[in-house]
Design a binder for this molecule. Structure first.
Ligand SMILES: C[S@@+](CC[C@H](N)C(=O)[O-])C[C@H]1O[C@@H](n2cnc3c(N)ncnc32)[C@H](O)[C@@H]1O
Ligand SMILES: Nc1nc2[nH]cc(C(=O)O)c2c(=O)[nH]1
Ligand code: SF4
Ligand SMILES: [Mg+2]
Length: 210
């Protein structure tokens, strides 16, 4: 395909800049401990200074890949797929999620919610960022709210986000990895004092798995 055709296909979500795909255990949030096939789509301009996948940010570094191929790979090993990135909602997720559903896969997303919601989701994990706040739809459909705690001011941000999310969303506080020694004890105390929240840890990093 010539560059212009590829660009058109990416715009339509027929191709997506695929960074990596791997079968692992969901390490974070509500589905922690469950097997899932992760699809990491490149491209993000939210700019979190502590982001643990900065290599994902530049979409041009990740090969545009046909959604059919992504779906084919995913359907071989898992019954749940997690779409992450990068920021997956940078792109039109309609076709990818439709095709995954035709394979009877459960389709989850990890997103900052900063862009318009496309695609249909069995589980929507919203992790809001101060630099680009979520769109209203993301608050409305979130199944879980996962706020990253980098410093003690982030508890205030977490409460502001909890006030905006729909009342059925399950609320998680997750320590930023490089600050976990300092922040985890604060999160533990906070959750005991404010039991509407739960603790989420990046358990895959403790397990040394992807
Ligand atoms: C890398 S992001 C990709 C998906 C999407 N861009 C987002 O931020 O939700 C996946 C998850 O990892 C979290 N995360 C990223 N860097 C982290 C870090 N250093 N410590 C803890 N969680 C982190 C994000 O908040 C998000 O919940
Ligand atoms: N095991 C594992 N669980 C995860 N949950 C969310 C992740 C992500 O980067 O989106 C992630 C990840 O990268 N690995
Ligand atoms: S929104 Fe997600 S991928 Fe983008 S910089 Fe923040 S944590 Fe990283
Ligand atoms: Mg990760």
């Amino acid at each position: 395909m010539i560059a212009k055709e590829i660009q058109l296909a990416v715009n339509k979500g027929e191709m997506l800049p695929l960074m990596e795909e791997f079968y692992t255990i969901q390490g974070e949030g509500f589905h922690t401990g469950t097997a899932a096939y992760f699809i990491r789509i490149g491209g993000c301009d939210v700019g979190c200074h502590w982001c643990d996948v900065k290599e994902s940010w530049n979409a041009d570094l990740h090969p545009p890949t046909a959604t059919d191929i992504i779906v084919e790979n995913a359907s071989k090993c898992a019954d749940t797929v997690v779409i992450t990135g990068g920021e997956p909602l940078t792109w039109d997720m309609t076709l990818l999620t439709q095709k995954l559903k035709t394979k009877n896969l459960r389709v989850h997303i990890e997103t900052s919610g900063a862009y318009d919601v496309t695609g249909t989701w069995d589980w929507f994990c919203l992790s809001p960022k101060k630099t680009k706040l979520p769109v209203q739809t993301a608050y409305d459909i979130a199944d879980e709210l996962k706020v990253i705690i980098y410093n003690k001011h982030d508890f205030q941000f977490a409460e502001e986000q909890a006030a905006k999310v729909n009342p059925n969303a399950i609320l998680f506080l997750q320590p930023e990895w490089s600050k976990k020694e300092e922040m985890t004890p604060l999160i533990v105390d906070y959750v005991m004092n404010n039991p509407k929240w739960r603790v989420s840890l990046q358990t895959h990093k403790y397990l040394n798995i992807p």
